[in-house]
Write a protein that binds this ligand. Sequence first.
Ligand code: GDG
Length: 476
Amino acid sequence: MVQGSPFVVVANRLPVDEVSDDTPAARTTGGRRWRPSPGGLVTALHPVLVEHSGTWIGWSGSPGPAPEPFEVDGIKLVPVTLTHDDVERYYEGQSNSTIWPLYHDAVEPPIYRRRWRDAYREVNRRYAKAAAEVAAPGATVWIQDYQLQLVPAMLREMRPDLLIGFFLHIPFPPIELFMQQPQRTEVLRGLLGADLVGFQQRLAAQNFLRLAKHLLGTPYSGNVLEYEGRKVKADAFPISIDVGEMQRLADNPLVRERALKIRSELGDPKTVILGVDRLDYTKGIEHRLKAFRELLADGKLSVPESVMVQVATPSRERVEHYQALRVKVEREVGRINGDFGRVGVPAVHYLHQSYSRSELAALYCAADVMMVTPLRDGMNLVAKEYVAARAEHGGALVLSEFAGAAGELRQAFLCNPHDLDGVKEALMRAVNVDPHEARRRMSVMQRHLRRHDVAAWASDFLQTLAEIGNTTEIRA
Ligand code: GDG
């Protein structure tokens, strides 16, 4: 049994993937093999977790009884059990068919089911209990994201001694949308269980403060609410990437070589246009394909001088909205290739696959124009990764105004993805940008990212939390 951690992270998933026996670099525990799945979050938190004997609570990714707690790379991992029913109701249902679409401007209609809500509550309680069991007296607990919004209040009830932070990685909707949720008061009270509620953008924090006043009459001044005799702070902490990691990858000669190879495999076009997204309806993949198709039809772009590469990483494949999206995207790709491709020369290279970090870096290095056109996105790390990978090499980023990243990457070619003419215009400006101007824009954005990487994000959040708790214990 793991006991008494002064720092606990609670997230839907553990930062590891279970692998089959023959995978290199896997760690074995209890007869099962695990490979770290390094995302930005674990990279940023790893040093803090190691320094403070931290524990990470989350799901292993496989339904069924959870494995015993184990350790990977100096971090204690406490798996939480999710049954097949839990995965269907709490994860695919309430998290990804109700909350995800609702918090992204309801770009697909959210689906409301009572049994999903019940499962969400029950699973949230399980995570809260696990945290209550492993946290040392007065520990700092940092809960992550929309799957676990009820955990802060549940945990506070079990362990009032803890300092509790919550960070929402996705947007927080305006009052009118949030109010659709049958579980709205419970969710709001859940979040208010934290001492600090962090959002990607200031607007989201304001939505939260206004909602608390509207729904519960909770007064606030500045960004601090008075709730049940406690103070709850709500603020923006825009997340970022491990800039150093992406720059090292992009500087690696093997990656550079691979980037050249990709260009030559594409037929050495004048312009490579790239999209990299989870195959998700919030990412505006169809909108950018349509803009590309119309530009080809208008004769403003032509094949093979310009080609598009769209990586659409498989995601949430059992959820209906996602199955429908896949059909629509693949139909559009087929239409473009049918109309504008030639034998051996497609206009769009569509890849419904997952790639290694170094292959992604090579793609970023190979692309003249990166298209990031979400209809709504908490931040969008792909936009930041592209900028970090470009080093001194210019390139142009077309970026939706509705991505949190647009608040920081002001030198991108900003567009409204709902305005097709606007997307086409931004894409043409990016394609035709003067190389000197492109390098200038890229270097301004890079300077910003170097000062605002994911370690700075974690440190800012944890420091603000420590100040609230009047403790200097946990700092990134
Ligand atoms: C949520 C919020 C917020 C993609 N394909 C592959 C791969 N990726 C990596 C990218 C990037 C990450 O996945 C995607 O991050 P995004 O930020 O773009 O989007 P979400 O997954 O929707 O993330 C978002 C984020 O949380 C963090 O707070 O920015 O707004 O929606 O890092 O590179 N990685 C690998 N292979 C792939 O094929 N290895």
